[in-house]
Design a protein around this ligand. Structure first.
Ligand code: AMP
Length: 385
């Protein structure tokens, strides 16, 4: 039985975004201190943290100082270099382990790992040159999607290859960098499962949660997902297998595709809490952030039970297009909760916050959260009219 990192200890968060912020809020509730390392000053996480170290992730002196000052290091951002993760590991307990990180941050390694476990994935091929791409298109066919192997999120670094003639443009658009070609999936819906695995291998999960994307960015999540029991059980089973195989400690999300002909495919692994799990803050006994904290600190996992159907809608920068949102109108329904991440500049496509609604049914929760978001954006009448 490994040592418990109890309340009063200090948790280090690599990364400064909203995931770190919500994690830090939970950790504070449980009496922990938080340090964060991030390249940007006054990050969403730093606003909640006891100590902010502002440095690039590859500044190994800064990573060393950061790791030496905490009892355990975790991530809210997975694109940390292998050197930085190894450096942190020399000075602190790092959870999840850097092997898991190395797999999840690289699309080809990730797909191979999942396929080797026997879990279903869409046909794929590694692409390092334009000639590889031509061969991959021959093998996989069109339509297909070309994605950079690293630093891809929210659809960035992706190009559709609708027909073989699109190859050159797609190769240019991903920056002629190492990539993966995936067969395009005829999607019915997208699902996610968020698993938590503790130091002794104990495991629990949220989900499946159902996710709708807009312009490749998550728009709305609902739980429970409207899927049959066998599909739900398979998604949970795959998540557990992946986490066991990685000897994972912490929270991990698997994004799945459900095809029109009923097949469940693994899309990708996020080695951290996930946007689709934000609704667990209000809807579940223990949130994804509390599970992350409990898991990495060697505490018993909390209960992921869903207390009520829930829906979450992201608030992107465009909610601010016509000026300050109508906060009072958006919060008029008592079943709606607002989260804002403390970001100053509401750029288009930037995740600024989210709303969560609880209701007796998922359809109601969805309707309530969408109505609340619409109310935020309601066009204001000029004064005097
Ligand atoms: P990703 O960054 O891989 O999660 O991709 C972002 C979004 O693009 C996914 O959530 C899907 O909506 C879409 N997408 C990605 N890969 C595929 C694929 N192979 N087939 C169809 N849609 C895809």
């Amino acid at each position: 039985m490994s040592r418990i990192i109890g309340p009063g200890s200090t948790v280090g968060v690599l990364g400064g975004g909203q995931l770190g912020r919500m994690f830090a809020m939970t950790a504070r509730r449980l009496g922990y201190r938080i340090h964060t390392l991030t390249p940007d000053h006054d990050s969403p996480t730093a606003q909640i943290a006891d100590l902010e170290i502002v440095a690039p992730y590859d500044d190994l002196d800064a990573v060393r100082r950061f790791a030496q000052g905490v009892d355990v290091v975790t991530f809210e951002f997975e694109n940390v270099s292998a050197a930085a993760a190894a450096c942190a590991e020399e000075h602190a307990i790092v959870r999840p382990n850097r092997g898991a990180l190395a797999i999840a941050q690289h699309r080809v390694r990730e797909k191979r790992f999942v396929a080797d476990l026997g879990a279903p994935v869409t046909p794929f091929a590694a692409v390092a040159t334009a000639a590889d791409l031509a061969a991959a298109i021959d093998r996989i066919g069109c339509p297909s999607v070309l994605k950079t192997t690293v630093f891809g999120y929210d659809g960035k670094g992706q190009a559709l290859v609708a027909k073989p003639e699109d190859a050159a443009a797609a190769w240019e658009s991903v920056g002629r960098r190492d990539a993966i070609l995936e067969a395009f999936v005829d999607l019915d819906r997208e699902l996610s499962v968020i698993g938590a695995r503790g130091v002794s291998g104990e495991w629990s999960a949220f989900g499946p949660i159902e996710n709708v994307h807009r312009h490749h960015i998550l728009d709305v999540s609902t739980a429970p997902a409207d899927v049959d029991g066998a599909t739900a059980a398979l998604a949970l089973d795959i998540t557990r297998q992946v986490m066991d195989a990685l000897a994972y400690i912490g929270v991990l999300c698997i994004e799945f595709f459900l095809t029109r002909d009923g097949r469940l495919l693994v899309n990708e692994i996020a080695p951290r809490p996930h946007n689709s799990g934000h609704l667990t803050i209000e809807a579940c006994r223990a949130s994804q952030f509390e599970q992350q904290l409990r898991a990495i600190c060697g505490l018993p996992l909390g209960s992921p039970d869903l207390l009520q159907p829930a829906a979450m809608a992201n608030l992107l920068g465009d909610v601010w297009d016509d000026g300050e949102p109508e906060w009072a109108a958006g919060l008029a329904s008592p079943s709606v909760t607002l989260h804002l991440y403390g970001k100053a500049a509401p750029r288009r496509g930037r995740k600024m916050g989210h709303l969560t609604a609880l209701a007796p049914t998922t359809a109601d929760a969805r309707a309530r959260v969408l109505a609340a978001r619409d109310a935020l954006k309601r066009v204001r009448m000029p004064s005097g009219i």
